[in-house]
Design a protein around this ligand. Structure first.
Ligand SMILES: Nc1ncnc2c1ncn2[C@@H]1O[C@H](COP(=O)(O)OP(=O)(O)OP(=O)(O)O)[C@@H](O)[C@H]1O
Length: 613
């Protein structure tokens, strides 16, 4: 294949050869099909692409075993990042001669043996080389790239004198620790034998006494550096101490384990923002004048809203009376700050009255937060299923449920078709707990869209709704049509009042709603389908049937047969609430009768033409 279609078969072959070397079930299942096309988000876990070319492979802490062939990277000529840290890969190091753009190499925490590849010397853009905690032997090649900012070969079996290049000498002893046979500065061990020196230089370095005097000079320099470092550490310690004192003063400081019951009020949501991160809250334009600093947020009292699949949510009440929701994100893809910001901006760019965009975000190495407006009437899941069969239950009327169906359909249409935004992406995790209600239920706000671009794929595949769709189960593929499937399930949840199993919160049981409804219609025990709370409403009858028909088409097993979002919106908009008599009690048997006559014939024909799920 050539570059004109943005897909490079030889790069794919190189990745498949890598995959073969690991014999890893997850990669075997995930690295299939096209890995990346032009600038689409890569489909393969841990692979980064630009213009259809592979620029990064990041497979960290995945318990990978096996080896990487020496010539494995010959065809990955655009690589910038290559990280396999914390696995159990063994064998010799690969040759990097063809990867002139490489900036970051991290093979730390594996079992690589043999020599450090001398091809590293010619990587002119190399910024970080991390080879610590392996079984590498032999000398350190004479790297001298001015670009090199991070270097670590500690805890290997390296030997010989550390080359006296400017770059290698700029790193402290800690970068070389744990290699008994390394000598020369910055280690404290003098190189006594000619072997030591010749081993690393390849040739004799000559006069031993001039070497010793150079060592002496370097040792003095090291002493000075050590003094400066101690002074620096002292300053940091003093600053930390001052900060700690400040925090202690905050009356709200009450550390609490986030695993605990989230309903209990928590006083601080971010116990401590890591030092040195210089993290700042970044507000996104159009935030309706809501601005405050991270310090204000730290001081705010907070209440847990719930433990989500990708982090916990807190309601933070700031001293000035503002209320915001803070979502602490976890299990993210390894994105640097710029990449993270790009994704957040793409999410925030999706502006629509039925979407809840983030107000602000916070990025640091250890903490990533999203801030949202607080939706005062909670989520549709709780509204629909909460307080059932108790006196506290406030009925969720047909008109409100139809408003939810409409609002969500419009939000999805915007996500799928909005041409003004740079990316039109599926939601990926559409479910009733991600549909929020504000202002006495008449504002429907879909939240958590766009998280597929941030969450690590294996985690997303386990927990996001789109990955529960029939097409992902059979072909490991999701698309906008997977959102249509999720939407169909949401409609069925609204009309039946039952919890779907694929999105049931932890500890709750649900039913396979699509399968259940299909069976009910086919076997004509239709009376049980509709939620009695709305089935008794006189005006709801016709609309309920229409909504269920739409839902069943959206749930079709094959994505091609599902309607697209424009059609869904048009059909849902056509449904009438049903006149003024909505609140009147209805003779339930009349609805039951209408379910068994022609009104459902369309649904039944869908069922008969299709397998039950
Ligand atoms: N802006 C908000 N206003 C009010 N409640 C919110 C807001 N955002 C989230 N919540 C609620 O906080 C709780 C936790 O939300 P979160 O999104 O973390 O988890 P979830 O929706 O249950 O699952 P998932 O992580 O898969 O989206 C949910 O009950 C959710 O409805």
């Amino acid at each position: 294949q050539d570059g004109t279609i943005g897909y490079h078969g030889y790069e794919r072959d190189a990745l498949l050869a890598l995959r073969k070397g690991f014999n890893n079930t997850f990669l075997d299942g995930n690295w299939t099909g096209i890995m990346c096309y032009m600038n689409d988000t890569p489909y393969w876990y841990g692979v980064q692409c630009l213009n259809g070319r592979v620029t990064g492979v990041t497979l960290e802490s995945m318990k990978l075993t096996g080896g990487i062939k020496v010539d494995a990277l010959v065809n990955l000529t655009q690589l910038i990042t290559f990280s396999f840290k914390n696995n159990s890969i063994s064998g010799n190091m690969m040759d990097f001669s063809y990867n002139r753009n490489l900036r970051n190499i991290d093979l730390s925490g594996n079992s690589f043996d043999g020599k450090i590849s001398s091809s590293l010397v010619n990587l002119n853009s190399l910024e970080a080389l991390q080879l610590q905690d392996n079984k590498l032997t032999g000398p350190i090649p004479g790297l001298n790239q001015p670009t090199l900012k991070t270097f670590n070969v500690s805890y290997n079996h390296l030997s010989g004198a550390i080359p006296e290049t400017r770059a290698l000498q700029s790193f402290g002893y800690s970068s070389y620790l744990g290699n008994e046979n390394l000598c020369g500065p910055p280690t404290p061990t003098l190189c006594n034998t000619r072997n030591d020196v010749s081993e690393s230089n390849g040739e004799n370095s000559g006069d031993k006494s001039s070497n010793s005097s150079r060592f002496a000079a370097i040792l003095v320099a090291v002493d000075v550096i050590v003094l400066v470092v101690i002074l620096f550490l002292f300053i940091i310690y003093y600053k930390k101490y001052k900060n700690l004192k400040k925090e202690m003063k905050l009356k709200n400081l009450l550390p609490k384990d986030e695993e605990h019951d989230s309903r209990i009020a928590e006083r601080t949501m971010v116990k401590k923002v890591p030092e040195g991160d210089q993290g700042k809250l970044v507000f996104i334009e159009g935030n309706h004048g809501v601005t405050f600093e991270l310090d204000d947020l730290l001081r705010a009292s907070a209440e847990g809203l719930g433990k989500g699949n990708f982090g916990n949510c807190y309601k933070a009440m700031l001293e000035g009376g503002q209320v915001v929701v803070v979502k602490r994100l976890r299990d993210l893809k390894p994105l640097n700050r710029e990449e993270f910001m790009r994704q957040v901006r793409a999410i925030a760019d999706q502006k629509h009255q039925n979407l809840l965009p983030p107000l602000a975000f916070y990025y640091s190495k250890d903490e990533k937060l999203f801030l949202y407006k607080f939706a005062s009437h909670g989520n549709v899941f709780n509204r629909l299923h909460g307080d059932r069969d108790t006196r506290d239950r406030v009925p969720f009327r047909w008109s409100s449920r139809l408003a939810v169906a409409r609002g969500v359909a419009r939000a999805l249409r915007h996500l799928h078709l909005n041409t003004r935004s740079q990316t039109t992406a599926p939601h990926g995790n559409l479910k009733s707990s991600n549909v929020l209600l504000d202002n006495e239920n008449d504002e429907i706000l879909v939240t958590d869209y766009g998280l597929t671009s941030l969450i690590a794929l294996p985690i997303a595949a386990q927990r996001m709704v789109s990955y529960k769709s029939p097409e992902y189960q059979s072909h490991k593929r999701i698309s906008k049509k997977s959102d249509i499937w999720s939407y169909g399930c949401l409609l069925l949840e609204l009309v039946t009042g039952r919890i779907p199993s694929h999105s049931a919160p932890q500890g709750m049981n649900g039913v396979d709603l699509c399968g259940w409804v299909h069976r009910a219609v086919r076997e004509e025990w239709t009376a049980e389908i509709f939620d009695t709370e709305i089935a008794v409403q006189r005006g709801a009858n016709h609309g309920l049937l229409r909504l269920m028909q739409i839902a069943m088409r959206c749930c079709d097993k094959s994505p091609e047969k599902r309607p697209d979002i424009s059609r869904v919106v048009a059909e849902v908009e056509e449904i009438k609430i049903g006149g003024d008599s909505e609140d009147e009690e209805y003779d339930y048997s009349s609805l039951e009768r209408s379910l068994t006559d022609e009104s459902l014939s369309a649904s039944r024909s869908i069922v008969s033409g299709d397998d039950l799920r």
